[in-house]
Write a protein that binds this ligand. Structure first.
Ligand SMILES: [Zn+2]
Length: 496
């Protein structure tokens, strides 16, 4: 454990009288949600049998020619527009040359000096704006599997899957900033449909660049930590790496100082370890790919993609608070996943009751999804649809059903997929509104409780609770409580 502690929220570290400032940038590889690969017609689905989703192009056979997937360009442009980037009217592909078993061509198709977009960025909830330097298109490599004794296995299914790599400026300073940025980026990619960004499937992978320098001085050597596959690992790696670098700079022996290198975060040990000295760009011998034409993106294409952009989560949160009167917290919960926000909006529209729709979704529905009473684990798998929930809200608003019965009906709707009205009739859960029946129960409750009636008459309206209880019990919980209350008050005052 490092003896260094950051000073306040800005994450400035005080060591031997020097104030050290961390500088952090993030690179994210996100897999585009195309049906087929980037440069060949192979379908790709994670988890398939190894080497079953391959062809001469993605296995790098001599003479095989690539063919660009137009869908990948559409999705990439949509992501760029959602992030406020400038899409280049013309960009090109380059070969990045290196030798490794997961890349049989011995080069990766990527974009070197002409990325398809530049600029843009994300404003975090803290107010900090994180600028994007660029986003470029590239193909993924296959997977080398090293944990099978003394052999290495190679699975080329993932080779040639389209990625966008987004690179921020070094605008971040704390682990919290990094997590907030990654959350927002992931949310935008999912909302636009550009990527499913499932981290467990490796569809959203982060590299972190970190350096530290004494306040007011020039920036120093940066170190890259590669392949972080969860937000908590990104934060843990930063928490470890920043103090490590400061202590290394504090050493009087220059041999101890940080060097430009690539490190890996060892989750079990909670430390970063040197993987290799960082290659210089020259080592990759980039050159334009002769087999692929440049990408030309006409203005009309950009406008078409812009018109397909959905309302983004930050805008939705603001609208829910402003127009629908929801709290900041509720708006945040609803917009965490696009499918949940869409479900909420449909329910609110159909029922005309946004607040009630929000309560039922954030409380009952999300709780049911996280529990194990139903099979569905995400809202799309539910048999209950927005129309069904809006019907239940309608029954509640019309006083046909009470809160307890509504919850009972709701859980049956979730498991059976049946309509609220149907369950209501079947189980005989209709709220009882019949005045004669209700009056009879009220008179029974009043009999022998003269002192309670006197208290109510004297102005203590809370005392009426002692009368409501017996009525609700007599009705098996089905009496309409609003009507019961009215009737009790009338009976008490009529007796005056
Ligand atoms: Zn292929």
């Amino acid at each position: 454990m490092s003896p260094l502690r950051p000073d306040g929220d800005d994450w400035i570290f005080e060591a031997s009288g020097t104030r050290w400032v961390p500088v952090i940038g993030l690179e994210v590889h996100a897999q585009l949600a195309t049906r087929t690969k980037f440069l060949c017609p192979c379908a790709y689905e994670a988890g398939a049998q190894p080497n079953t989703q391959v062809c001469p192009v993605c296995t790098g056979q001599p003479g095989a020619l690539p063919q660009l997937n137009a869908e990948a360009i559409k999705l990439a442009v949509r992501a760029a527009l959602a992030l406020g980037c400038d899409v280049a009217p013309r960009s090109k592909f380059d070969r990045k040359n290196y030798f490794y078993c997961d890349i049989p061509k011995n080069y990766q198709i990527t974009q070197y000096d002409q990325p398809y977009c530049t600029g843009g960025g994300i404003r975090l909830a803290s107010g900090r704006f994180v600028r994007l330097n660029r986003i470029h298109l590239e193909e993924d490599a296959g997977k080398a599997i090293h944990d099978r004794g003394d052999v290495t296995l190679v699975d080329l299914n993932r080779a040639g899957v389209p990625l966008i790599e987004s690179v921020t400026e070094a605008d971040l300073q704390t682990p919290e900033d990094a997590a907030a940025y990654l959350t927002a980026l992931r949310e935008i990619l999912i909302y636009t449909g550009a990527s499913s960004a499932d981290m467990e499937k490796g569809e959203f992978r982060c590299d972190v660049n970190i350096s530290v320098h004494p306040e007011g001085e020039e920036w120093r050597t940066k170190v890259e930590i590669k392949n972080l596959n969860s937000f908590s690992n990104v934060q843990a790696a930063i928490r470890y790496e920043v103090p490590r670098q400061i202590l290394a700079w504090e050493s009087p022996d220059p041999a101890d100082h940080p060097v430009q290198e690539t490190r890996l975060y060892d989750v079990a040990a909670g430390v970063t370890r040197s993987m290799r000295k960082k290659e210089g760009e020259a080592d990759y011998r980039y050159f334009p790919d002769p087999d692929l034409p440049p990408i030309l993106v006409p203005a009309a294409f950009i406008e078409r993609q812009r018109s397909l952009l959905p309302e983004l989560p930050a805008a939705r949160r603001e609208r829910y608070q402003r127009d629908l009167g929801l709290s900041e917290y509720d708006a945040g919960v609803l917009t965490l996943q696009r499918a949940v926000a869409d479900f909420f909006e449909a329910t609110a529209r159909l029922s005309g009751q946004p607040k009630e729709a929000c309560n039922w979704i954030t409380n009952e529905l999300l709780r049911a999804l996280s529990g194990d009473e139903i099979e569905a684990t995400c809202i799309d798998e539910l048999r209950l649809k927005p129309f069904d929930l809006s019907e239940l809200l309608g029954l509640l608003a019309a006083g046909k059903v009470g809160g307890g019965a509504a919850r009972q009906i709701f859980s049956l709707m979730l498991t059976s997929g049946r309509a609220a009205g149907e369950i209501l009739v079947d189980l005989g859960l209709e709220q009882i509104d019949d005045e004669e029946q209700l009056s009879e129960w009220c008179r029974e409750a009043l009999a022998g409780r003269a002192s309670v009636a006197a208290e109510v008459r004297a102005g203590n309206l809370k005392a009426i609770g002692a009368l409501m209880g017996p009525v609700m019990a007599a009705s098996g919980g089905k009496a309409n409580p609003t009507r019961v209350r009215e009737l009790l008050l009338r009976l008490i005052h009529d007796a005056d």
